[in-house]
Design a protein around this ligand. Structure first.
Ligand code: TYD
Length: 198
């Protein structure tokens, strides 16, 4: 079986991580060789971003760090796909374009520049699935999980991120799934799309 590379995108609390985990379980149960992975990664540059050790850098530098992490990650993804694995990736280049162009702290980065810095470091996914949801609903979910709210989880900011995701979906042909539906329905919708691809 040839490998494939499937990306999941969506705002915080859209349910991506849960859907990815369940999908990995179901596909593995069918004997498919699955790799579940995510960005920011937990390695090198990704760990730096997550630990906030690159704090106080400009928004553009932060965007470049996300892309640097992606460069290392893409090398691994290429290897997994060439080994015939189905790679499920929680966030990829659309996260950088959607989040970093959305004007956190008033510093809005030009989306074309963000697309440009990503271009030479990415592998084109076989599909990108956007879990679309209103931020007021998704932030309630984050609240229910009792997690600390990150700087990326403010409602007005996430409204912008959602709009930008929908623009990208149109431009790059992402599959859009209504993530406000109940968890089973969301999962079935995603599974149907994935079954078409692998
Ligand atoms: P997230 O998927 O929430 O990771 P985890 O659930 O493991 O904490 O990602 C962390 C945050 O990073 C999220 O709010 C979105 C943000 N982010 C960007 O702003 N740009 C990017 O390129 C990526 C990959 C993530």
């Amino acid at each position: 079986m040839s490998g494939s590379f499937i990306v999941f995108e969506g705002i915080d609390g859209s349910g991506k991580s849960t859907v990815c985990r369940k999908l990995a379980e179901v596909l593995s149960g069918r004997g498919i060789d699955v790799v579940l992975t995510a960005e920011p990664t937990h390695e090198r540059v990704g760990a730096l971003i997550r630990a906030g050790s690159a704090g106080n850098v400009s928004q553009r530098t932060e965007a470049l760090l996300f892309v640097a992490d992606r460069n290392d990650h893409t090398e691994e993804i290429e290897r997994w796909v060439s080994e015939g694995k189905v790679v499920l990736c929680d966030r990829y280049f659309a996260s950088t374009v959607a989040y970093q162009s959305s004007g956190l702290d008033g510093d809005r980065i030009d989306r074309e520049w963000l697309i440009d810095i990503n271009r030479q470091f990415i592998r084109t996914p076989d599909a990108t699935i956007l879990l679309d949801i209103d931020p007021s609903v998704s932030l309630d979910r984050v609240g229910v999980r009792g997690e600390a709210v990150s700087k990326f989880e403010r409602p007005d900011f996430l409204k912008q991120v959602r709009t930008e995701y929908l623009n990208l979906a149109e431009e790059y042909g992402f599959e859009i799934v209504d993530a406000s539906a109940d968890a089973d329905k969301v999962f079935q919708d995603v599974l149907a799309i994935v079954e078409e691809i692998i």
